[in-house]
Each structure stands twice: as C-alpha cells, then as structure tokens.
Design a protein around this ligand. Structure first.
Ligand code: URA
Length: 225
C-alpha cells in the first residue's frame, strides 16, 4: 500500500476514534435528505426496528411488552418526540395511542396535518414500570436510537414534548418552562422546538393556548398558513 493511502486510512481511523470517544457510535449517511429516497429511509427505519425489537440493553426490557420505536412518515418534515411509552403504547407497540396520544392526534389535526404526515417517537423505547420517570441510565441507553431516527428522517423540525425530550435532545437541565416556545439548532440540521407534553396539558388545560402558540410557530416554519 502506498504512503498516501496509509496516511489517509490513519486519518479516518483517528477521526472515528475521536467521534467514538465523544459518544458518536454510528456513521451518518453520506447523502443529504434530498438525495435519500423515501424507500431508503423506510428501509433504514425498518433495519433499526429489527436491530432493537428484542433490545435488552437496560432493565426495562424485563418489564416491557413491546419495544416502541416510533411510527409515521419516513420523510416527515415534522417529528414529535415524547418521553416514553405508557400502558397502552406498551400493549399496542405504537407511540402515543393512549389518552395523551389522543390529544397529540388532535393537535396534529389542528395543524392541518395527519398522523401519517409526521413521525412520532419517544426518548425511551420501553415503558418504565408504573409510568415512572425515565432514569438517566435509561435515557443514555436509548439516546443513540433516537439520534439515529433523527439522522435517518432528517426532519426540518423536531418538536420535543415535555421536559425529558427537550432536556435529552438539548443536553441541558434547563426547565421546560424556560425552553418552551424557542427554536434551537440540532447537530444534523433540524431545528428543535420544545413544548409542553400532552399529558401535562390533560392536567393543566389552561396551558393549551401556549402549546397552540408553539404549534403555530412550527406551522409557519414549515409553510402551513
Ligand atoms: N407519553 C409519551 O411520552 N409517549 C407516549 O408514547 C405516550 C405517552
């Protein structure tokens, strides 16, 4: 092998080593979203599903019924990220199909979209027993899966539903009340807008108007009048 090639391989190895030490454990697709077809994205999401449908990385695998990766349009311009599957999501293997999910569906319809137009996922892919809050180790275990979903779909906007999604995606401990309604840049080029979780809205309906303001910001950003 000539010296140039050896040097080139050493540089790639060094780059991969550096990325790995920063926690990057996947290679981003070389193409941009415009050149990756819907079929490619669907296939990449299906591969992810196959890879993790029997995931046993953390303790939640002992109590869950289904791994709930996500569902929706692989080419979605808007992706919602919640906290974790609840009872009904764990039973059906689909995200946001319980009471909070029904409210999320209403919000999506009010935005003049359908559930099939967007992509819906969670920070945790398995239900915490009794719907308790996710533990930091569980969030850390699932983070690479969420990162890969965003990497594959490359939505223009990611809407973080509630504190756990917002703090996980922004790697911050700032309270949701401070993060809500503001746009942030994510590494892959998507913009993130945190808002309140629909389950919170079921308990605090007066705050629905704030969420609607946030959704109108998203509608403007993706060109829905
Ligand atoms: N709450 C979430 O955060 N995600 C779901 O899928 C359901 C309820």
């Amino acid at each position: 092998m000539d010296t140039d090639k050896k040097e080139w391989i050493a540089q790639i190895a060094q780059r991969l080593f550096t990325e790995r030490s920063f926690g990057v454990d996947f290679l981003p697709a070389a193409q941009n979203s415009k050149t990756v077809s819907r079929a490619d994205k669907r296939q990449a999401l299906e591969s992810l599903e196959l890879e993790f449908r029997n995931c046993a990385i953390c303790e939640l695998s002992r109590t869950r019924t289904h791994v709930v990766l996500g569902e929706g349009n692989p080419e979605a311009r808007l992706m919602f990220v919640g906290e974790a599957p609840g009872f009904e999501e764990d039973r059906q293997g689909r995200p946001f199909v319980g009471a909070a999910g029904q409210l999320l569906t209403k919000i999506i319809l009010a935005m003049k979209l359908r559930r099939e137009d967007v992509y819906i996922a969670n920070c945790l892919k398995c239900r915490p027993p009794g719907n308790r809050n996710p533990l930091p180790a569980e969030i850390a275990a699932c983070r690479p899966i969420l990162a890969r979903q965003i990497e594959i779909i490359r939505p223009e906007i990611v809407c973080a539903l509630g504190k756990f999604a917002a703090q996980t995606l922004l790697e911050t401990t700032e309270p949701i009340t401070r993060l809500r309604g503001r746009f942030f840049e994510l590494p892959g080029g998507s913009r993130l807008l945190p808002t309140f979780h629909p389950a919170y809205l079921l308990r605090n309906p007066a705050d629905k108007k704030l969420v609607w303001e946030d959704m109108q910001k998203i509608m403007r950003a993706i060109g829905i009048s």
